[in-house]
Each structure stands twice: as structure tokens, then as C-alpha cells.
Ligand binder design. Structure first.
Ligand SMILES: [Zn+2]
Ligand SMILES: [Zn+2]
Length: 417
């Protein structure tokens, strides 16, 4: 794929962004784009295990996004397949000589937010802004394009070892990587890589690896009480809204830790049925993050106690579920060195930073950790993308010249081994 083809593919994804586990058209487009290459493709149960997923999209939501995908020009048969079997793809390409087994995670999901329509926003100015109310505001359209582009580059199979690309759904909310680990697709990988666009860095800059990051747990709590007439018999009601509200305040009052940086957020709270009814249901989502895994676990324990206490105080039931999780990352020095070397050799890369601490969370870290715990190596490289707006904002944008740079670095890393 030349630059024009890469751009066209990326813009097609950008125009049709799909949030977590709804990447139906995206998965279909990826398979179309790699049709005819000497690769093997795993999908459905072979690529991810969706059975433990909490809050998987409802059949109605899946139907709507399937219809949207078909409307956007994806073959109906492919859309139907990914709607039914899930949206993860694992693509293997085998080199002609024996060598290491590489893994590369590229995430493919978008965010449930509106994209800027301002003519100063590049996609709006060039006619490929989102048409469906979601937005690629984290560059995962570029990541998917890097994955597809790299498969095209390596189609001559003139390298040692093999490459497995994990096209992962649902990175936002850190829910997808675990489903792929559960299906066993990270087993046997010697070197696990992930790649991410860095909007705040100029095109032509590359980071060998993220370090640190925050371990995170995304939680959902369902409170179930009893409805009653708010004036006629308020005392017979069991107030789920109050239990959730008490929990929300107490969660935000969990102390800071001296042993780690922590973050807490109660992100959503939906409760009640009507102004004159004692609210019988409440659904709350919240997250706990920490620079140390054990502290993230302790935060979850404390949240669980708070929820239990508040539920008891209001006489309601509460069920807490972990929707998503990730861990911190420690890249392997030797691998980082190789990435740095590959980047330095590139004529268009003007700045190479060895490592950069990461203030967010990403479930690629679970994949990297999985491989490291089995004796392999891992690193998470970043490619400067020169965005005017921050990640997850309506004006986030990837400068497209960054896409071939990402492909080049990965290709030379794999070919030089
Ligand atoms: Zn993101
Ligand atoms: Zn991202």
C-alpha cells in the first residue's frame, strides 16, 4: 500500500468510527484490505473469548451498528459475521526463515463522542469527519492502518520468524485485551509490541516505549431497591438512588496513598424512574487507578466495602462487577534499544526518545505482561502524530505522515532480526 492507499483506508475508518465491541465495519474493512495476502486469519472464538465480558452491547445496539456498517459500504455478509462472532482479528504472517515470534497489538475501537465540525479541523475540511456520532479521537484508526500496512509490507515474507497482529476491540474501557488473552492468542509470542499515536508529539518523533502507566479497574455497580409512592408510602420504598449517591461521595473520599499515585472517578450514575417514585434502581460506573497494581486492588476492596455499607443502610441490593482492567508496564531494555536503533536509522525521524512515562492506562500492558511472565519481552512504542487537540477531544487529529513512519519502524525492527 502506498501513502495514498494508506490514507484512503485510514479515512474510511475515520469516517465510520465504532465504539467498543461494535467494530463490525472496521473488522470487515480490515479483512477486505488484507484479502489475498499470504496470511492466516483467526476470528470469533479463536481470536477472543467474549463470555466473561460485563456490559457487552445489547442485541439491539449490535443490530444498529451492523446496519450502519452495511450502510457505510461494507459487505453485508462480513458485517453479519462480525456482529455475530465478535470483532477481534488475529492475523499471522510467517517469514521464510526461522526466528522469533513477534506479536503486535493494534487497537481498533473509537470513542462515543462527537467530532468537531469546525472547518479548521482537518477531517471536517477534507470530508472524512465521522458520520455516525462516534469519533476516532485516540488514533486507533491510524493503529489499524499501521497493522494493515505492515501486513502488506511483509507480504514478501522475507524475514525471520513470524508476526502475529492482534487487531483488538474495546481498548477504551480496557476490556478487549483480556478477551484475547483468554482465547490464548498471546501464548507463544516471544516479543510483544504495541504501538500508539502520540498526539502531543511532533511528526518525526518516536518513543521507544511507554513506561509505568496506571493499573486500572473499571467497575459497574447495580443497586436494586424497591419502588413506592413518594408521598403515600415513602417508608416502604428502598432507595437505590440514595445508596448510589452515598457510595459516590464516599468513593471520592477514599484517602490518597503514600505508597502510590492514585486516581478515583465516579463517571456515571443513572437512577430512578420518575419524580414521584422512590427510586428502585441505580447503575453507577466508577474507576480506580494506581501506579502500583496492589494499590489498585486495595482501592477496589475499599469501593466494595463502601458499596456494601451504603446498600445496607438503604436496604437495597448491590452487585459490583469489574468491567475492565489493566496493569502497569515495564518494557524490556534490550528491546527498547532495538526500537531506538530502528527509529534512529529512519531518515524522517528527527527525535528519538528512549522511554516516556505514561499517565494513562492501556490494556496492551496486559498482553505485554502476559508475554513477559512467560519469558518473552515487550515494549510499547509511540509515534508522534502532531495533533492540535488532546487525545479524547473533539479536535484530536492524526497527521497522516505519521502512519508510514510507524509502519517503517516496525518493519525494520522485524526485518533486521
Ligand atoms: Zn484513548
Ligand atoms: Zn488509544
Amino acid at each position: 500500500m502506498d501513502f495514498a492507499q494508506l490514507k484512503a483506508f485510514r479515512r474510511e475508518l475515520h469516517r465510520n468510527p465504532e465504539p467498543a465491541f461494535l467494530e463490525i465495519g472496521t473488522a470487515a474493512r480490515i479483512t477486505e484490505a488484507i484479502d489475498g495476502l499470504p496470511v492466516t486469519v483467526l476470528t470469533g472464538k479463536d481470536a477472543h473469548d467474549l463470555s466473561p465480558v460485563v456490559n457487552y452491547p445489547s442485541p439491539r445496539t449490535l443490530d444498529a451498528w451492523e446496519a450502519r456498517a452495511i450502510e457505510s459500504g461494507v459487505a453485508a455478509e462480513r458485517a453479519r459475521y462480525f456482529r455475530k462472532h465478535g470483532t477481534a482479528l488475529v492475523v499471522d504472517v510467517a517469514g521464510l526463515r526461522p526466528g522469533p515470534r513477534w506479536g503486535l497489538r493494534v487497537d481498533i475501537d473509537a470513542l462515543p463522542m462527537r467530532e468537531s465540525a469546525d472547518p479548521a479541523h482537518f477531517p471536517a475540511a477534507h470530508g472524512f469527519a465521522s458520520v455516525n456520532g462516534a469519533m476516532h479521537a485516540c488514533g486507533h484508526d491510524a493503529h489499524a492502518t499501521i497493522g494493515v500496512g505492515l501486513l502488506h509490507r511483509l507480504a514478501d515474507r522475507d524475514f525471520a520468524g513470524s508476526l502475529r497482529i492482534l487487531f483488538q476491540p474495546a481498548e477504551e474501557g480496557v476490556r478487549g485485551a483480556q478477551t484475547m488473552i483468554d482465547a490464548g492468542v498471546a501464548d507463544g509470542i516471544d516479543t510483544m509490541l504495541a504501538v500508539h499515536m502520540a498526539g502531543d508529539m511532533a511528526v518525526g518523533s518516536v518513543v521507544g516505549s511507554f513506561t509505568g502507566g496506571l493499573a486500572t479497574r473499571k467497575l459497574k455497580v447495580d443497586f436494586t431497591g424497591e419502588a413506592s409512592h413518594a408521598a403515600g408510602s415513602p417508608e416502604t420504598g428502598r432507595n437505590a438512588l440514595l445508596a448510589a449517591a452515598m457510595s459516590a461521595l464516599a468513593i471520592m473520599a477514599i484517602p490518597r496513598f503514600s505508597s502510590a499515585d492514585t486516581r478515583l472517578n465516579v463517571g456515571t450514575l443513572v437512577a430512578g424512574d420518575g419524580v414521584n417514585i422512590v427510586p428502585s434502581t441505580a447503575v453507577m460506573t466508577c474507576e480506580a487507578r494506581a501506579t502500583v497494581d496492589e494499590v489498585a486492588d486495595e482501592l477496589v476492596d475499599r469501593i466494595a466495602s463502601i458499596v456494601e455499607g451504603a446498600a445496607r443502610a438503604q436496604g437495597v441490593g448491590a452487585a459490583l462487577a469489574v468491567m475492565g482492567r489493566s496493569t502497569t508496564v515495564t518494557p524490556d531494555e534490550e528491546l527498547v534499544e532495538r526500537i531506538v536503533e530502528a527509529a534512529k536509522a529512519h531518515p524522517d525521524i528527527v527525535e528519538v526518545i528512549r522511554t516516556r512515562p505514561y499517565a494513562g492506562s492501556d490494556d496492551a500492558n496486559l498482553l505485554i505482561r502476559h508475554v513477559q511472565e512467560r519469558g518473552g519481552q515487550g515494549a510499547y512504542l509511540m509515534v508522534g502524530a502532531g495533533s492540535p487537540g488532546p487525545h479524547h477531544s473533539a479536535t484530536f487529529e492524526v497527521r497522516e505522515e505519521s502512519i508510514p513512519i510507524g509502519i517503517d519502524v516496525l518493519e525494520s525492527l522485524i526485518r533486521r532480526d
